[in-house]
Structures are given as structure tokens and as C-alpha cells.
Design a protein around this ligand. Structure first.
Ligand code: ADP
Ligand code: MG
Length: 229
């Protein structure tokens, strides 16, 4: 991958601590991380180390116990709920390990949904969704339902859906974790290529070191601390 220059920082976590109320210990213990425009960061670490927790906090789905998040130069804590919702919907894309596609909607409709909420024109939304599905090699599958697609195809649709609003930051939580290694590589290569074309930044949690090596930076969470590899 090309190197990232010293361009602007998209999101910054400063001294984040996270403890779940039911637990005694800190899952995240003074974690700081900044991600630049177009930068793709791999997040490694064994199951239970806090990868999902870190992604949820970065994606404004969960709040830290302590610490500051700065998203596009704005301190998140100072934003209203509406402003945070705007960021979650328009600026951040989330991909989960399980695709969470809606079974009664076609691939195309699933990808269109997040963009329809933004009240764009239906034609524009459809063109954008078709374009993304084409980039993922799914031009022949756009009218199929999730039950008619393979695991890799479903995950490609879920990634396209996360990208349809042109997020500046994509957060992917073991997005290829349910796929066989070969399919995982090819889905991941497509995702990386499309992120690059769109100058998207990303944090990608993965167990797969071969996949992590393809990203700009590799970090892992060990005993609540973020370690740069
Ligand atoms: P990973 O994604 O690396 O597998 P998680 O972030 O899911 O790790 O979990 C980190 C730790 O936090 C685990 O010990 C897990 O049990 C705990 N944890 C995660 N979510 C919650 C929750 N909602 N309530 C209590 N503990 C949680
Ligand atoms: Mg997880």
C-alpha cells in the first residue's frame, strides 16, 4: 500500500479508559490512537482483548469510562445527541463479523437503506448502490436476496452498505472472520481497494496476520494497552 503522508487526522482517542459496570478491571487502560485521512489500521489481539470495545467507542456506539474522543477536530463529548447521530450516520461506516443484512430485501435494497435515510433522491441512491456492488463484483447479484448469496457475497454486500454514505472512517470488526481464508483474502482485497479509491480511513479488527500485514499500521491490545507493532 502507498504510504500515508502527514495529512489531517480523522479521529483521535486520547487516554481512553473503559470498564464495564459489571467488571472490576479495565478493558481499555489508557489507550490513545489517532488515525489519519486514508490510513488503514489493523487491530490485532486475542478474543476478549477489547477490540470490539475499542471500535464501539471509536464509532460513538459506546462511551468510554474516561478519556476524550476527537472526531474531525471536534470533541465528541461536547456534541449534542443529534450531532453524534449525524456523525454515526454520515461520517462513520460499521461492518460487523456477522453481515446483519435484512432478509426480506434484495442486495441492492440493503445497500441503499442507509442512504435513503439521508433523504437523497432515489435514483441517485440506486446508482450509487449499484456502482458499489459492481466494484465488489456483484453486478449479477443485485436483485438477489441474502438467502441466495454465499457467505463471502453477503459480507461484500454488508461492506458496500457501510460505504454507501461515503464515510470518512470505516470501522470493521473482524469483517471476514466467518469466511474461509481464501474468501476472506479476496473480500478483504476488494474492501482495501475501494477504501483506497475513496480515501477512506479505517480500523479493521482481525485475527488474521496475513490480512493485517496489508494495512498501513498494525496495533494490538494487550492487557488493556494499545501496542504499535
Ligand atoms: P474482543 O472484541 O477483542 O473479543 P471485547 O471488546 O468484545 O473483546 O471484550 C473485551 C472484554 O470486555 C471481555 O472480557 C468481555 O467479556 C468484556 N465485555 C465486552 N462487552 C461487555 C459488556 N457489554 N458488559 C460487560 N463486559 C463486557
Ligand atoms: Mg470482538
Amino acid at each position: 500500500m502507498r504510504n500515508v503522508d502527514n495529512s489531517s487526522i480523522v479521529t483521535e482517542l486520547q487516554n481512553i479508559f473503559k470498564r464495564y459496570s459489571s467488571e472490576d478491571s479495565f478493558v481499555l487502560n489508557d489507550v490513545s490512537l489517532s488515525v489519519k485521512e486514508s490510513e488503514v489500521v489493523a487491530l490485532l489481539g486475542p478474543s476478549g482483548s477489547g477490540k470490539s470495545t475499542l471500535l464501539h467507542i471509536t464509532g460513538l456506539i459506546d462511551s468510554p469510562t474516561e478519556g476524550k474522543i476527537i472526531f474531525e477536530n471536534k470533541t465528541v463529548e461536547k456534541l449534542s445527541d443529534d450531532e453524534k447521530t449525524f456523525l454515526r450516520l454520515r461520517k462513520i461506516g460499521f461492518v460487523f463479523q456477522y453481515h446483519h443484512l435484512l432478509q426480506e430485501f434484495s442486495a441492492l435494497e440493503n445497500v441503499m437503506l442507509p442512504m435513503l435515510i439521508t433523504r437523497r433522491k432515489k435514483k441517485e441512491v440506486q446508482e450509487k448502490a449499484e456502482h458499489l456492488l459492481k466494484m465488489f463484483g456483484l453486478q449479477d447479484k443485485i436483485n438477489m436476496f441474502p438467502s441466495e448469496l454465499s457467505g463471502g457475497q453477503k459480507q461484500r454486500v454488508a461492506i458496500a452498505r457501510a460505504m454507501v454514505n461515503d464515510p470518512v472512517l470505516l470501522l470493521a470488526d473482524e469483517p471476514t472472520g466467518n469466511l474461509d481464508p481464501e474468501t476472506a483474502q479476496s473480500v478483504f482485497d476488494d474492501m482495501l481497494q475501494i477504501m483506497k479509491t475513496n480515501n477512506m480511513s479505517a480500523i479493521v479488527a482481525t485475527h488474521n496476520y496475513d490480512i493485517a500485514k496489508k494495512m498501513h499500521r498494525q496495533c494490538s491490545i494487550e492487557d488493556g494497552k494499545l501496542i504499535e507493532k
